[in-house]
Write a protein that binds this ligand. Structure first.
Ligand code: FES
Length: 194
């Protein structure tokens, strides 16, 4: 990631699109340089300038919220993930801060061979009293999240492990801390949406 101006950050995958060597930023030339085979990429858009690389560096969309900087693979940009392997070679996928990119992640997994019946869980504010969980499958989780107006911050869990939720929903069983007050007690059940 580099600061292009006071208000603008630019971020790309660091993997060269030729043979995945790490590229280096060269401020004087305003280029990214790959030392493996002397590939060069433009800073402003990541396009290849010279050497063997033919594809641009994948762009990462940067979002700044207070002191936090979050990066997302841009929809429609060159991908930095091996979706074929992610869709078929792992049992469980965990995506952090991935609610915004959920439609992109789901469509890539389906396109690369993941079953539409693969279980998915979205967990918002995990382990806090306001924890909220939404479950579904790859075929309906995007629609469910939209209907429920499910918002960040959330972790996305994808895989059969989600089916264990019925047996392992420990969070639902923990009593909330009691508050000493004359006010009528609110039951933990009514506070939990999960
Ligand atoms: S790996 Fe980068 S130019 Fe070959």
């Amino acid at each position: 990631m580099i600061r292009a101006s006071a208000e603008r950050l630019l971020a790309y995958s660091q993997k060269c699109t030729h043979f995945s060597c790490p590229v280096l930023y060269q401020a004087a030339e305003q280029q990214f340089y790959c030392p493996c085979h002397a590939g060069r990429f433009a800073v402003e858009d990541g396009r290849p300038l010279s050497g063997p690389p033919k594809r641009p560096l994948p762009r990462i969309e940067v979002k700044i919220t207070g002191d936090d900087i979050t990066g997302y693979e841009e929809n429609g940009s060159e991908t930095m993930h091996d979706w074929a392997k992610l869709a078929t070679a792992v049992d469980t996928l965990v995506v952090l801060m991935g609610l915004k990119t959920l439609p992109h992640v789901v469509s890539q997994l389906l396109r690369h061979g993941c079953s539409s019946e693969t279980p998915v869980a979205l967990i918002r504010w995990g382990t806090r009293s306001e924890q909220e969980t939404l479950t579904g499958t790859l075929s309906d989780i995007v629609q469910k999240a939209k209907e429920r107006k499910f918002s960040s911050p959330a972790v996305t869990i994808i895989g059969d492990v989600v089916t264990l939720r019925d047996r392992l929903h420990w969070f639902d069983e923990i009593p909330l801390p009691q508050v000493l007050s004359d006010e009528p007690r609110v039951s933990s059940e009514s506070l939990r949406l999960a």
